[in-house]
Design a protein. Structure first.
Length: 126
């Protein structure tokens, strides 16, 4: 069942079409049981991946692929890692809805560009 409404999909698709430059991978860690928001998070990422040919979705089982999860700093689920031109350490834990959703979209766009809108001051803190 789609998480995003058709109107939202249209707006997001237009934004991604205008702003994505290179391919982005959304790497989702989930599991089939004992995870309240895992299915919804996976469906959301499937929705986003369907909106652009530049968004590639990879889904891993947190327990079966635990070594990968550890390598990428995933220690809880649901989790989504955003990879672009390179690995930027962008992670979302839980379901990125509400105020986090625009941040997710911006992170996908920034990863595709290899840049960020963050100020120089904020970049130095990390």
């Amino acid at each position: 069942m789609p998480v995003l409404k058709e109107r939202e999909k249209k707006l997001i698709s237009e934004k991604l079409s205008r702003e994505l430059e290179k391919d982005v991978r959304l790497v989702v860690f989930t599991q089939d049981f004992e995870c309240e928001y895992c299915a919804t998070n996976r469906e959301l990422m499937e929705d986003l991946a369907s909106l652009s040919d530049k968004i590639k979705l990879e889904v891993f089982d947190f327990e079966k692929d635990y070594e990968k999860a550890q390598r990428w700093g995933i220690d809880k689920i649901p989790a989504t890692a955003v990879f672009g031109v390179r690995e930027y350490g962008i992670r979302f834990f839980g379901l990125p809805m509400g105020y986090e959703f625009p941040t997710l979209i911006d992170a996908i766009i920034d990863a595709s560009r290899g840049t960020t809108k963050a100020s120089t001051c904020n970049k130095r803190k990390n």
